[in-house]
Design a protein around this ligand. Structure first.
Ligand code: HEC
Ligand code: HEC
Length: 164
């Protein structure tokens, strides 16, 4: 039989291959579970009334965060221990919704660079992954530490920040 007969199916097979061997990285694969760990959530829902965040409960009359969450305790420079606006509360959201929320609130500029800065260089994220220390002692950090986190976050960003 002529080799030309085999060429089209062979090409199809070869070009189809990468799709089977390297499935695209999605937010739900590894990042979602870590985003919803208590060390992230407790701070992200702090100012949210609908999630009954700490700003409305244990911390109702606590201001000047640095007075208690000192540099010695958190490892963060002064002025960095703060809770985000309530629009960054993603408590209870599924993988696709959490992913869309953080992409929506990324701010101006190149999304890839901004996401890399937030996920790999933010000192508060580092605290959640490696420390967990509060004025009342150490709370469990997000499992896996910074190494695993950085690998997973980079793979997701490089793969085009797919939500689903
Ligand atoms: C008077 C001291 C004090 C002040 C001021 C204070 N905190 Fe706290 N904070 C604590 C203590 C003690 C804990 C740990 C005990 C607990 O669960 O409340 C804590 C826990 C937290 C947690 C939970 C940490 C976790 O991962 O579970 C967050 C988030 C937090 N504080 C944010 C803030 C923010 C934001 C401010 C400023 C608006 C602030 N705190 C001001 C004493 C304080
Ligand atoms: C001590 C409080 C605190 C902790 C702990 C914390 N964050 Fe944040 N996070 C913030 C604040 C404040 C901002 C807003 C910073 C800004 O606007 O530049 C923010 C911003 C972000 C953003 C970028 C905003 C967006 O929607 O794109 C992401 C993503 C994020 N946090 C994820 C996490 C994850 C994941 C963890 C846990 C591994 C975590 N954060 C732990 C306070 C915290």
């Amino acid at each position: 039989m002529s080799p030309l007969f085999w060429l089209p199916p062979l090409l199809l097979l070869l070009t189809g291959m990468p799709a089977w061997s390297a499935a695209p990285v999605k937010f739900g694969d590894a990042l979602h579970e870590k985003f919803h760990h208590a060390r992230c959530i407790q701070c992200h829902q702090f100012n949210s009334g609908k999630s009954n965040g700490r700003g409305f409960t244990s911390h109702r009359s606590r201001y000047l965060c640095d007075n208690c969450h000192t540099r010695r305790i958190t490892g963060l420079p002064r002025g960095e221990w703060l809770a985000p606006n309530e629009k960054l509360d993603y408590t209870g959201l599924g993988p696709a919704e959490t992913c869309q929320l953080i992409k929506r609130n990324l701010g101006a500029g190149d999304p890839k660079a901004a996401m890399t800065r937030h996920l790999l260089e933010d000192a508060r994220i580092r605290w959640a992954l490696e420390s967990g220390m509060t004025p009342a002692g150490r709370f469990p950090a997000v499992p896996g530490g910074y190494e695993a986190w950085a690998r997973e976050a980079k793979a997701w960003i490089d793969g085009g920040m797919l939500c689903e």
